[in-house]
Design a protein around this ligand. Structure first.
Ligand code: R5P
Length: 290
């Protein structure tokens, strides 16, 4: 087999090491220095050989991690024409369309930057929307952490479990999760004020959740507002325990605390964003895509 090198960006070093082990590839780490003015200085620790896979998520600080990813791609391109860039969590993925007149579809700018830096292919995990993939002109593969998350939740032996999406946009994800889990699902109706960001659950009273343990499934948790509102609503319907399964747990500020306070028993997320809740490893699904 020809040589493969995984370059781990600082935002995804642990995941990159796991991926290198799965692929039996060389691993090259990166060193980072952030200057007092905020500029990043990235250095790779060795010469990469063969096909190169750059791994770096672009969670907060989003622009800084994005710049580091672009720098790594650009460096990798000096050594190989084949530079696959795995961005497990793609920041800006929610800016995939012009919601309000005059808004810039920043995801399309990101797509241009990644190709211009030298990426020949992109791999993402649970991209926020399929529309987002359309902004890329180089091949992009979206892989899913949902089967792994469902397998993990299954081990918790919940009581008469029901899968719930906090919004209609996540209905297909909940359906897929429920299929892997082997149970049924529902989707709530959520409304977000595009100017203030405030979330409201619009669903009226629900039959069929009373006494059941629920798994709230979402692609990401940012401020926790969606999960808190959904949990408060579901608790009013006298459900059993509420678990949250999501791919990307950004958990901005005190989101984790707010979510727990609303009555959630546990948050289970993937290691696309490292943190307290990132229990499920996605190196295997990324390796398969390579
Ligand atoms: C929205 O469509 C997404 O799927 C998430 O539900 C949302 O981005 C979560 O954001 P927050 O945690 O701030 O409510």
């Amino acid at each position: 087999m020809s040589a493969v090198t995984v370059i781990g960006g600082k935002a995804s070093e642990d995941l990159a090491r796991k991926l290198a082990r799965k692929l039996k590839a060389n691993f090259v780490s990166s060193e980072l220095r952030v200057f007092p003015d905020g500029e990043s200085k990235v250095t790779i620790s060795a010469k990469p050989k063969g096909k190169i896979i750059v791994v770096n998520s672009t969670y907060p600080p989003v622009d800084t991690n994005l710049m580091q990813t672009l720098s790594l791609i650009s460096k990798a391109r000096q050594f190989s024409r084949q530079v696959i860039c795995a961005i497990p969590y793609m920041g800006y993925a929610r800016q995939d369309r012009e919601f309000l007149q005059g808004e810039i579809v920043t995801l399309s700018v990101i797509a241009k930057l990644l190709s211009a830096a030298g990426a020949s292919k992109i791999i993402v995990v649970d991209m926020h929307s399929m529309l987002g993939l359309k902004h890329f002109t180089i091949p992009i593969k979206n892989v899913s952490a949902v089967p792994e998350l469902a397998n993990y939740l299954k081990k918790l032996r919940l009581k008469n479990p029901l899968v719930v999406s906090p919004d209609l946009g996540g209905k297909e994800r909940a359906k897929e999760f429920a299929k892997f889990y082997g149970t049924n699902y529902i989707a709530l109706q959520k409304q977000r004020d595009r100017k203030t960001g405030k979330v409201q659950i619009m669903t009226a009273n629900l039959d069929g959740v009373k006494g059941r343990d629920l798994v709230l499934v979402d692609d990401m948790i940012s401020t926790g507002g969606s999960i808190v509102k959904a949990t408060q609503f579901l608790k009013k319907q006298k459900c059993g325990r509420v678990y949250v399964a999501c791919t990307h747990a950004l958990l901005i500020d005190n989101a984790e605390k707010k979510i727990k306070k609303s009555g959630v028993s546990a948050i289970i997320s993937a290691n696309t964003i490292p943190g307290n809740t990132s229990i499920v490893d996605v190196s295997g699904v990324i390796a398969k895509a390579i």
